[in-house]
Write a protein that binds this ligand. Structure first.
Ligand SMILES: [Zn+2]
Length: 326
């Protein structure tokens, strides 16, 4: 939630290694609240620049091309934004977003970072986006403001996805994935949720995502499930003892990553392609997110022992090409 009155935005140009733009003082919005000061210094890649602007600035922008970008600063003429690949650009058109409760992150994207591919041909990048869009629709109908990190088939590095959520001061970030490789057959769905080791909020979010999704899936008959022996709500640590996955390690926003089912199991992939799956899973994710925001429910499915796994480095940084923003 945005605080009323003065909002302090710390723009770290170092983290994203972004291209740099300079804002002239006279371009900045005039103060809209008495007592608010508006100052600007040139954005220097070697330092952290602090800009103070009036209340209710845009935290993100949906561009004319339908792309979501984080807004770093706004002037009378437009918005200084972080591009999909983490550079900086000035955009004059688009729909400003001033409040975001939940950021939904459809995993993968683009021609190289496809995610897993099912024996049926279903591509993880596509089902992740379909499920994120369906979940967003339900949440918006319930009055919960949402933002997607990716709205089409393009590449977004993990650091940029985390930046979108952190920049928006969101209360939760939910990364949506479908799992591979397929483990052994199980009587129960093998849903896995990864959470931040040092965040109680992340763990409650993960517990609720697991509880609602698992309960919805286990009511589905006639699908052959697959599950790892330690499936549940997991902390996953790399060889250095850090949270393995970038979408868990990088955001300051309470974050959870859900692997709903196994896309590279033929039986589960056929179910993933049904309208029933999309409706059931989107409703479960929305119920979990609503419970996180509006109740104190703790969730369930927590696995005590951390899993040891060192993930591959995402290819998104290496292959990213900025998409048009207007
Ligand atoms: Zn994935």
């Amino acid at each position: 939630m945005l605080r009323l009155g003065t909002v302090l935005i710390v723009v770290s140009m170092v983290v994203l290694g972004a291209a740099v733009a300079t804002i002239d003082d006279d371009e900045l919005l005039p103060p809209q609240t008495s007592g608010t000061t508006t100052t600007s210094t040139p954005l220097d890649p070697s330092t952290t620049t602090t800009i103070t602007v009036a209340a209710d600035p845009a935290v993100a922008l949906v561009t004319e091309t339908g792309v979501v970008v984080a807004v770093r600063d706004q002037t009378r003429r437009g918005y200084l934004v972080t591009t999909t690949c983490g550079s900086t650009a000035f955009v004059t058109q688009g729909t400003p977003i001033t409040e975001v409760q939940v950021v939904l992150d459809p995993g993968h994207g683009g021609e190289v970072d496809t995610g897993a591919v099912a024996p049926t041909g279903l591509v993880e990048r596509d089902i992740n986006l379909d499920l994120a869009l369906a979940t967003q629709k339900i949440l918006e109908e319930r009055g919960i403001s949402t933002l997607l990190t990716r709205t089409g088939n393009y590449t977004v590095p993990l650091g940029v996805r985390a930046h979108i959520a952190d920049n928006a001061n969101a209360q939760a970030l939910v990364s949506i994935h479908h799992n591979a490789p397929v483990p052994g057959v199980s009587e129960r769905p093998g849903t896995e949720v990864f959470v931040q080791t040092d965040s109680d909020d992340s763990q409650r979010l993960g517990g609720l995502l697991y509880e609602h999704t698992f309960e919805a899936l286990i009511g589905v008959e006639s699908v052959v499930w697959h599950a790892a022996p330690d499936a549940g709500v997991l902390r996953v640590h790399n060889s250095r003892g850090e949270d393995t996955y970038g979408m868990i390690r990088l955001p300051e926003t309470p974050s959870a990553l859900i692997e709903v089912l196994y896309i590279n199991s033929r039986e589960e992939a056929e179910f993933l392609e049904t309208a029933r799956y999309l409706s059931l899973a989107a409703t479960a994710l929305a119920d979990a997110i609503e419970a996180y925001l509006r109740t104190d429910n703790p969730g369930s499915g927590f696995v005590e022992e951390p899993r040891r796994f060192t993930a591959q480095v995402s290819v998104a940084d290496a292959v990213c090409e900025d998409v048009p923003l207007g």
